[in-house]
Design a binder for this molecule. Structure first.
Ligand code: HEM
Length: 200
């Protein structure tokens, strides 16, 4: 048994899961009031109890956004100060190496991948999801206070574009989630256990 994931990272990771779920759930309640990009069928909103709760949805969204932001800032700060970022940030040639990971996972590349805590595909995915989190915070602030923070909305090309990016990032989280959990299942129990106990 050797240490793999520091305690702080495990806490930030697992806290992020319920917080992000609450953000997506309350975000859907808000989206119901003006489902501009994609209309879920009425039965979906009804069965999921998402209808006619706009005020409540906003209250939850604007409460849990602080937890999402603080947890994210703590995670990024910790990775910077502890040096963990070196394992997470993709280096030169990461795209080519990630392609090798894909070939390996498809069974086309037969040689084993070079040993590393995270391979290039994981580095790209994990750094990407953190940047998406930053994007959600910035676009969220832009549409939360579009008058006071009009410069933010302008930076995203205006209120409408900031709202669209905010929505698309959420779709991205759902896509990431299924891919991530699929990869975790494929990687097997010891890999999952290491994210709980810290050791592998
Ligand atoms: C039930 C849901 C989830 C499970 C079972 C899960 C499981 C895991 C596991 C086992 C690892 C370690 C992977 C490895 O060693 O390669 C990991 C890492 C990671 N996961 Fe998840 N995860 C979940 C949800 C999420 C969500 C919702 C996000 C973000 C939106 C996320 C982001 C990350 C990141 C950024 C890492 C790298 C952490 C680091 O070492 O700094 N995970 N996850």
């Amino acid at each position: 048994m050797k240490p793999k994931h520091p305690l702080a990272i495990r806490w930030f990771h697992w806290l992020n899961f319920p917080i992000l779920s609450l953000m997506i759930w309350s975000g859907l309640i808000i989206y119901w009031a003006n489902d501009a990009y994609f209309s879920f069928p009425a039965w979906f909103y009804e069965k999921a109890h998402l209808s006619f709760r706009l005020g409540e949805g906003m209250a939850y969204h604007f409460l849990f956004m602080w937890f999402f932001a603080i947890n994210g800032i703590c995670y990024v700060s910790y990775t910077l100060f502890s040096g963990e970022w070196r394992e997470l940030v993709p280096g030169r040639g990461a795209l080519g190496q990630a392609f090798q990971v894909v070939l390996h996972d498809l069974g086309i590349r037969k040689e084993p991948l070079p040993p590393a805590k995270f391979n290039a595909a994981q580095q790209i995915a994990y750094t990407g999801i953190v940047l998406m989190g930053l994007g959600s915070l910035l676009t969220g602030l832009a549409i939360y206070r579009p008058v006071q923070l009009s410069f933010l909305a302008q930076a995203f090309g205006g209120y409408a574009t900031a709202r669209l990016v905010h929505f698309l990032l959420t779709v991205g989280y759902v896509g990431f989630f299924f891919m991530h959990v699929g990869q975790v299942i494929k990687a097997g129990w010891p890999n999952f256990k290491a994210m709980v106990t810290g050791h592998e």
